[in-house]
Write a protein that binds this ligand. Structure first.
Ligand code: ATP
Ligand code: MG
Length: 375
């Protein structure tokens, strides 16, 4: 997929921006607070239908304006797409090739975002690692997004019910009966999501190992993972075994769940632990080694997406280059040289420009919401 052109108006600090993108590499250089990330945010929004920053729509719309527009011309598999989003304080409206749509163009590949926060996901909470994994499910498998959302809804309903029973908002007996009727579908979704996570990990593992080898060059390390449910590793278990285990845990913890007023069983409680030469990377790896794993994992996601679908997603690298040491920068750049993905990079560091030499690339200067071409 290639984004050829964008028109952005009244979005963040851009009043009116017309920008023609290069096919391979687009670099946005500028000082802090000039609008570099805002451009990536607009590109991400048109592809993913949401922002990657926590943002109410009114914060995306330029101050003192009532609506924002993002328009992109995209080419994917020899087909042209004219995508438009119109944002008001409470609504987003999509137009795909001039036709109204309730959602983004689902057949287009995703935008993969890589930010300094993603580099630190290993040492952060289990929730960060689960998000890293679920992002792959959502972005790589057609049914992944549906499954993740269905499970979220089932969890919300179940948690609300447990809370109501706990606070005696509803009659305990009626509440427990309703809970029992919800449990089979909850368990089905919980085990399907768990199993899809395990499938994704198994499928992406060779790509992670390959990219990790490229990053490390001489100091090779073996990548592996454990998938932890209630302190046990389930990475080689069947879907049936997982379902049986979750069923048993649900029975065992029935009283505890009511007492705590929340679901204690399910993928929202699981953890994925990355192993580096057989050791738990959270405790045994240096910060640099942890970053290598995440870098390898993200790059592998792009390679894997191409392997499954035959085309590359768009890659957004927000401020990451300056966070990486020289050898990791070089390996990231060499991977970018090998793959056909269209990449958008932001940086404050002009020394990065000398390293990023690639055909079909363009450097843009961003200064107070004005973008100019670097000759
Ligand atoms: N709704 C809005 N209306 C007008 N300006 C906005 C709006 N939202 C954010 N901004 C402005 O956008 C700028 C931030 O842009 P952005 O996050 O893209 O900066 P950046 O160039 O990526 O900086 P850094 O290098 O620090 O990451 C700030 O100056 C902020 O005031
Ligand atoms: Mg920024």
């Amino acid at each position: 997929m290639k984004i050829r052109h964008a028109s952005i108006s009244n979005f963040r600090n851009f009043e009116s921006l017309q920008i023609k993108f290069a096919d391979r590499l687009n670099i946005f250089v500028g000082e802090n607070g000039q609008g570099k990330t805002n451009i990536l945010e607009a590109v991400y929004f048109i592809i993913e239908g949401e922002s990657f920053r926590y943002s109410r729509y009114d914060t995306l719309i330029q101050e003192n304006k009532s609506e924002a527009f993002i328009k992109c011309l995209i080419e994917n598999r020899n087909l042209d797409y004219d995508l438009k989003i119109n944002l008001t304080a409470h609504h987003k409206n999509f137009l795909i090739n001039e036709k109204k749509s309730s959602q983004i163009a689902a057949e287009l590949p995703p935008a993969i975002l890589f930010s300094p926060e993603s580099l630190n996901s290993i040492k952060e909470s289990a929730d960060h690692r689960r998000q890293l994994l679920d992002q792959i499910l959502i972005q790589t498998y057609t049914f992944g997004k549906k499954l993740v959302n269905e499970f979220k809804r089932a969890l919300k309903t179940r948690n609300k019910l447990l809370k109501d029973i706990n606070s005696e908002k509803i009659d305990r007996e009626i509440g427990i009966k309703t809970l029992e009727s919800l449990n089979p579908i909850y368990l089905k979704l919980a085990s399907e999501l768990t199993f899809l996570r395990l499938e994704a990990l198994k499928n992406i593992k060779p790509d992670v190992q390959k990219t990790l080898n490229e990053i490390h060059n001489e100091n090779q390390a073996i990548f592996d993972y454990n998938y932890i449910i209630s302190d046990q590793n389930f990475c080689n278990e069947s879907a049936q075994k997982i379902l049986e285990f979750l069923e048993k845990r649900l029975e065992d913890l029935a009283i505890a769940e009511i007492r705590s007023g929340a679901s204690l069983i399910g993928p929202q409680k699981h953890d994925v632990v990355f192993l580096y030469n057989g050791k738990d990377s959270r405790f045994f790896c240096s910060q640099g080694q942890q970053r290598s794993i995440i870098l390898a994992f993200k790059m592998a996601q792009i390679v894997y997406h191409h392997r499954v679908h035959g085309f590359y997603p768009v890659l957004l690298l927000d401020d990451v280059l300056s966070e990486l040491d020289l050898s990791k920068q070089e390996s990231l750049i060499s991977t970018l040289n090998q793959i056909e993905t269209q990449t958008f990079v932001t940086t404050t560091d002009t020394s990065v420009l000398k390293k990023l030499r690639m055909e079909k690339s363009q450097i843009f200067h961003v200064d107070s919401g004005i973008v100019t071409l670097h000759s």
